[in-house]
Design a protein around this ligand. Sequence first.
Ligand code: GLU
Length: 485
Amino acid sequence: MTTSGVRVRIAPSPTGEPHVGTAYIALFNYLFAKKNGGEFILRIEDTDATRSTAEFEEKVLDALKWTGLKWSEGPDVGGPYGPYRQSERKDIYRPFVEQLVRDGHAFRCFCTPERLEMMRDAQRAKGMAPKYDGLCLHLSAEEVTERMEAGEPSVVRMKIPTEGSCKFHDGVYGDVEIPWDSVDMQVLLKADGMPTYHMANVVDDHLMKITHVARGEEWLASVPKHILLYQYLGLEPPKFMHLSLMRNADKSKLSKRKNPTSISYYSALGYLPEALMNFLGLFFIQIAEGEELLAMDQLAEKFDPENLSKAGAIFDVQKLDWLNGRWIREKLTPEDFLSRIFDWASENDRLTEGLKLAQSRISKLGELPPLAGFLLANDVGLTPASFAGLKTSPAETLEIINTVQFDLEKIVEWNVATIEEELRAISDRLGKKLRVVTPPLFVAVSGSQRSLPLFDSMALLGRSVVRQRLKVASQVLTSMVGSGS
Ligand code: GLU
C-alpha cells in the first residue's frame, strides 16, 4: 500500500486491437501514480458482451505488458478490490441500480428499439440531436410491476435535471459547464441485466477507491452523467482529467484507416517498447530540444500533469522512428541488441511456425530468407510489377483486395480456420473461385507469388500487419487502375 492514497486506473474495453491511444492514456496514469507515490490499476471494461472478446482481452493485456507498464492490481494479478473484469461483477452493480430506482433517480423504460429508432429519426428530421423523449418517465409503480411480471423487456434509465447546467472542474480543461438539456437519459442497466459503461464505471471507480480519472477527451461530455450518478448515490466523485486525443499530422483523428493504430503492429515491426513509451511520454513533459531520449524513470521525474495542452498530441511516425533508432543505437548494449532481435523474431511463435511451414518448400536452407522473410519484414516492397504476373487484371485484383480488406475486419477470432472460412465466403460473394481470389492476396501479404501457405501466413502476421499490407496493395493497384496500366 502507498501512503499518498492516490489510485488511478486504465480501463480498456476489449472490443478491438490494443490501440496506441490506450498506451498513451495508460502511460499518463502510470506516470501520475509514480509521481504521486500512488497505485496504478488495470480494469477490463467488458460490459458490452456483443463486442468484447477473449482474444482482444488477451491482446490488450499482452500489449500493455509489452509496453513495460506494471499495474499493482488487475485481472491477471488480483488485488483487494477484485474481480477486475466487469463481466464478473454483474451482481455487484445490481444493488446500486436498485437504490437509484428506489430513490426516484432512475426509472424502468419499456420502449422497444423500433420505437426509439422512430423517435430518433423524427428528432433528426427536425434538426434536433436525438435524445430519449421521456415516454416511460412517469409510469406508475403498478404498471411497471405488471409489465415486468408479464415478461416485457425493459432497461433502467437515469433521470436528468430539466434545467440548469452541470459545472465541474477538469484537470486539463479547467472549469467546464455543460447544460443538462444536452444530456440524455442514459440507460444504466440493459435488458440483459448488464450495466452500461457509465453505471459500471462509476460504481467501480468508487469501489476500487479511484482518486483520479485520467482518460481520453471523448469522455468529457459524459462527466455530467457520472457526477450526477455519484450525487444520486451519495458518493464523492474522483478528480477528472481529460487528455486530448492523439491525432494524425493533418490533425484528423487517429484511425486505423490512415495509420496503423494497433500496439501489436508496432511491436511486430520491431519498435522497442521503451522507444514507444519515450515517444508518448514526451506529450506529458516540457523539455528542451536535444533532451528527448528518456527512459521511464526520467519521464516520471519530469512528468508535469499541470502543464498539459489541449492542442492534441500528434502521432508523428517519423519522430517515433527517429527515437526508436536512437534507442537501438544508443541505449542497447550489443548483447541487449541481440537478445531483442531474437525475442522480436520469435514473438507469437512466428519464426518457429513460419520455418516449419517452409520445410516442404525448399531444397537448400539458403532459400529461406526470400521465402519466409516476409514474416519479419516491415514492408514487402509492393510495386505495380509485383502484381504483373497475375491472371486477374489490375481492376479485378483491386476489387478482390478491397473486398478482402473490408471483410476481414469482420473476423472475430483471428486464426487459420476463421481466415480460411472468411476468404471462402468472400469468394462466394464475389462469384469467384477461391483459387482466383488467393493469388492477389499472396502478393499483397508476402510480396511474391511463391510463398508460404496463405491462411497460415496471415494468421502468423496478425491482423494489424495484414491490414497494413492490404492497404498498401490497394494503393499500388489504385494507381495502376487510375493510370490504365
Ligand atoms: N472503457 C473506457 C474506454 O475504453 C474507459 C473510459 C474511462 O476511463 O472511463 O475508453
